[in-house]
Ligand binder design. Sequence first.
Ligand code: ATP
Length: 360
Amino acid sequence: MAKYKVGILLGDDIGLEVVPETVKILREAVKPFAGIDIEWIELPVGMPSYKENGETLPQKTLNTLFDLDGWILGPIGHMAYPKDDPKAINPHPILRREFDLVSNIRPAKSYDSVPSLHKNVDVVIIRENNEGFQPDRNVYKGTGEFMPTSDLAMSVRVITRRNSQMVARSAFELARQRNGKKKVTAIHKNTVFKLGCSLFLDACREIASEYPDVTFETAVVDTFSMQLVMRPQNYDVVVSTNMFGDILTDLAAGLVGGLGMAPGLCVGPKYVMAQATHGSAPDIAGKQIANPYAMIMSGQMMLSWLGNLKQDEEAVKAAANIKKAVEEILTEGVNVTPDLGGKASTSQMGDAICRILSRN
Ligand code: ATP
C-alpha cells in the first residue's frame, strides 16, 4: 500500500473555490485503486488564516508541511494583506525557499475546443523559483533591493550553479519522459548579463551532456518571446531563470486560453507543491465562475510526480485518468466555465469531471 500525506492550503479569493474542486477530483480518481492511501491535512494560510490566527503563514502550518509528501497551495492574494503587520507576510517566497522548491514546472497546452491564439501548442516552461531578480527570496536576510537615496533604487540578481543545474535537470528529465520533440531550449540574455546568464547556460550545458538523447538549444529571451508568440509549436521544454520565466509563463498561458488554463508544480529534491500559475483573481472571487482547470491539473501533476517518485503505478494511472477526464470535459465544451465558452459553475465543472472518473 502506497501512503501519502498531502496538505490542503486553500489560499485566498478564488482559491476557496478551485482548491476544493481539485481535492474532490483527486479523491475520486484514487477511489478505484486499493493500493493508494492519501491522508489529507487541511492547514491554515492566507487571509482566512490571518483573520482566525493573526498570521498569514502560522508556524504550525510550516512545521506540519515538513512531515508531508506534498501539498496543494491555492492562489495567494498578498497584495491585499495589511502592509504594516509583519505577521501578514506573503507565504510564496517562504514556502518555495524553505522547502527548496527550485523548479517551477508550468505547461501550456492548447485544446481544439478551447478558444486560443494557437492550436497544437504543447510546451512546458520550467522556471527557477528561488533566486534571480526576485528580491524577496534571493538573499539570506533582508531583500535584494535597496534604495541608497530617494532617487536611486538598486535590485540584485542572483544566479547559482546549483539551482541552474537543478532546473536544467528537471527540464532534461521531463523532455526525456514526454512524448514530445525531446528538446530543451534554455533562455538567456548573455549578451547583457555576461556573468549571470553565462553561468546559467554553462550549468545547462553541463547537464545537457548527460542527456545525449535530448536536443539542446539556447535562445535569447527577447527573440524567443517573439518566436513563442509566432510559432509556439516549435518548442517542447523550455528552461529559464526566475524573472524571464515568470513573464514567459504568463505569455504562454495567454497563447492557450488565459490564466485559467495554466497549471504549475513547484518541485524540489524532497517536496512538491501544486500551485497554479494564476493569482487569487479577487475580481471574480465568490462568483463560482473561476476556471478550476489550472488548479486541478496542478493537483494532477502532483499526484503523477508523487507516483513516479514512489514507483507507484496506481498513482500514476490515477493521475492519467484525471488528465483524460479533464480533456473529455474540454472536448465536450458544455460543462465548462464561462471563460471557456460554457455556462457551468466552478463546482459544476468539477462535478462533471468526477462523473467521468466514477465510470472507471
Ligand atoms: P499574481 O500577480 O498574484 O499572479 P495577477 O496579477 O497575475 O496575480 P490574477 O489574479 O492571476 O492576477 O488575475 C489576472 C486576470 O486573470 C484577472 O482578470 C482574473 O479574473 C483572471 N483569472 C485568473 N485566474 C483565473 C481563473 N482560474 N479563471 C478565470 N479567470 C482567471
